[in-house]
Design a protein around this ligand. Structure first.
Ligand code: DAH
Length: 373
């Protein structure tokens, strides 16, 4: 009985498949033979051959579309199945399913081996040599002028001075007038000025910060004011923009002895405790008396050289006791208060400290120069 059933099944199987393959595979052209086994095998074989020949995932995917895709071989088979007599459908359906599963399994196998190969190729081609030297990013540093201004400020901060600031475009009034340099005063000639308008200038010095501070604060006043200043000047020792640090101390009973002691202490702190300091009588409209501060030449230690022009001394700034006209301008009573002021060039101090002979080096921004400090 079993033998007969088997035989019948086999017959049905053969006849069903020969019909389907004739119907479906004409366009794909797998041969005209109408025997199922002859048709089935070539399809299977050509599928497996095409899968094996696929050398990339894209190529493999094209094979999948051709055989298992929406309009592929399997779905054509399923369409043909619908046209078969209903008693033939179950077996034919079963067989189509089996073929499909076989195709899918072969596809999946190949897909995973291709993926593995692509991954290992990618890993090899994108290999990183961790022993290669890294990229070194240049690290910036503080400009020598800012650094020097910082050192000056730090010293005065250590003896109780606060920092004050003022605008670089300054009123003529604060830059000159209130500092006892009225319009037409010959002392204005000492500072070649950039005029912004009839009543505004690019500040020629940091001294106007004295005026602004005395107008804004009551004594005791103890400030330093570092900042940029501008003059129409350009050569090895002059730059149209440079930096100054202003100092001002106003209280009752401030003496010239305190001024001298403060600046001497400052020079020794910055340049060394054995550097001599001297004060020379001078003239500034806003101080009375006025002095210039010299320190022993740091290059020749006072022996005389090219830098100090044989004098053995180098000038580092101006100073003096705040003049009565200035007290008047800020409406402070000079019978009650007294005080001193000083001003120095930051570039000049840096040049003396580091033996630099051309002020323009500070602003040309060559890294070879700047990286030394
Ligand atoms: N402002 C002066 C200049 O630029 C320097 C100066 C001298 C400032 C004496 C002062 C001072 O405060 O008392 O030439």
């Amino acid at each position: 009985m079993e033998g007969i059933l088997h035989f019948v099944a086999k017959l049905t199987y053969l006849s069903v498949y020969s019909k389907i393959f004739l119907l479906v595979y004409q366009p794909v052209n797998f041969g005209d033979d109408d025997d199922f086994m002859d048709n089935y095998e070539p399809i299977r074989e050509s599928f497996l051959k095409e899968v094996a020949a696929s050398s990339s995932l894209d190529a493999l995917y094209a094979v999948k579309v051709k055989y298992i895709g929406k309009k592929g071989v399997i779905s054509e088979l399923n369409k043909a199945l619908a046209k078969l007599p209903s008693e033939e459908k179950p077996i034919a359906g079963f067989e189509i399913g089996k073929l499909r599963n076989e195709f899918s399994a072969a596809y999946d196998d190949k897909e995973s081996s291709l993926k593995e190969r692509e991954l290992s190729e990618k890993l090899i081609s994108e290999q990183i040599d961790v022993t290669l030297p890294g990229l070194t990013l240049p690290i910036g540093r503080e400009h020598i002028i800012n650094k020097t201004a910082g050192e000056i400020s730090a010293f005065f901060a250590s003896i109780g001075y606060l920092k004050a600031t003022g605008p670089e475009v300054e009123l003529d009034y604060y830059n000159f007038e209130a500092l006892n340099m009225p319009y037409g005063h010959p002392a204005r000639d000492m500072q070649d000025t950039f005029y912004v308008s009839d009543y505004e200038v690019l500040r020629t010095h940091t001294s106007p910060v004295q005026i602004r501070t005395m107008l804004a604060c009551k004594p005791p006043i103890r400030i330093i004011a570092p900042g940029k200043v501008y003059r129409s000047d350009y050569d090895v020792t002059h730059s149209p923009m440079f930096h100054q640090v202003e100092g001002l101390y106003i209280d009752e009973n401030i003496s010239m002895g305190e001024l001298k002691g403060t600046l001497e202490h400052f020079v020794k702190a910055l340049f060394g405790s054995d550097v001599p300091v001297r004060f020379r009588a001078s003239y500034f409209p806003f101080t009375e008396p006025s002095m210039e501060v010299d320190m022993g030449c740091s290059i020749c230690s006072g022996g005389g050289c090219r830098v100090c022009k044989g004098a053995g001394w180098l000038e580092i700034g101006g100073c003096g006791m705040v003049a009565p006209e200035v007290f008047d301008a800020v409406r402070l009573d000079y019978n009650k208060f007294s005080g001193f002021a000083f001003g120095m060039g930051v570039e000049r101090i840096a040049m003396l400290k580091y033996g630099i002979d051309d002020i323009r080096l500070f602003f040309e921004n060559h890294l070879k120069f700047l990286n030394q400090f």
